[in-house]
Design a binder for this molecule. Sequence first.
Ligand SMILES: Cc1cc2nc3c(=O)[nH]c(=O)nc-3n(C[C@H](O)[C@H](O)[C@H](O)COP(=O)(O)O)c2cc1C
Length: 152
Amino acid sequence: MKSIIIYYSKSGRTEKIAKKLLKDTGSDIIQVKPKKEYGNYAAAVARVVREKIMRIRPAFINSIPDLSEYDTVFIGYPIWASAPPAFMCAFLRQCDMKDKTVIPFATSGMTNISSTLVKLKESCRGCIIKYPYNHSNRKKDDYDDWKAQFIK
Ligand SMILES: Cc1cc2nc3c(=O)[nH]c(=O)nc-3n(C[C@H](O)[C@H](O)[C@H](O)COP(=O)(O)O)c2cc1C
């Protein structure tokens, strides 16, 4: 399988998993970044809630990658207001995800990744989602068990 990791991390937790995955899979990697940074925790929460209510699609700095050579796309994000960050969804919407296997991974305080998957699927039209992985404050580190499902 030829794979790429597309991720965002504000405070470094999701990035740690992205870096492990990079080492373990030899994927290509892209970090998606918002055009306007989210600032401190309180500012970020206020903005994210506003974006959710207003259904805003925030701008990102990245250009849209050609994903035609990849069959698997790992997508990593912190869970924000029970969803993937809205600017990431805006970015993913513009990528051609048709028939790609998407393996999502997320970090969070306590929300499970399952609550983000409807939004993710809607943003990655035509993809097949497999092996979603969540690392939350409440869970032991089971990265190796997750990895074993797709790295044989
Ligand atoms: C704006 C904002 C919204 C968040 N919303 C949630 C949430 O809905 N549920 C949750 O469990 N954690 C939430 N968190 C906590 C983050 O998901 C968690 O700290 C995550 O691991 C951060 O990942 P990062 O270090 O890669 O940025 C939120 C954090 C921020 C900054």
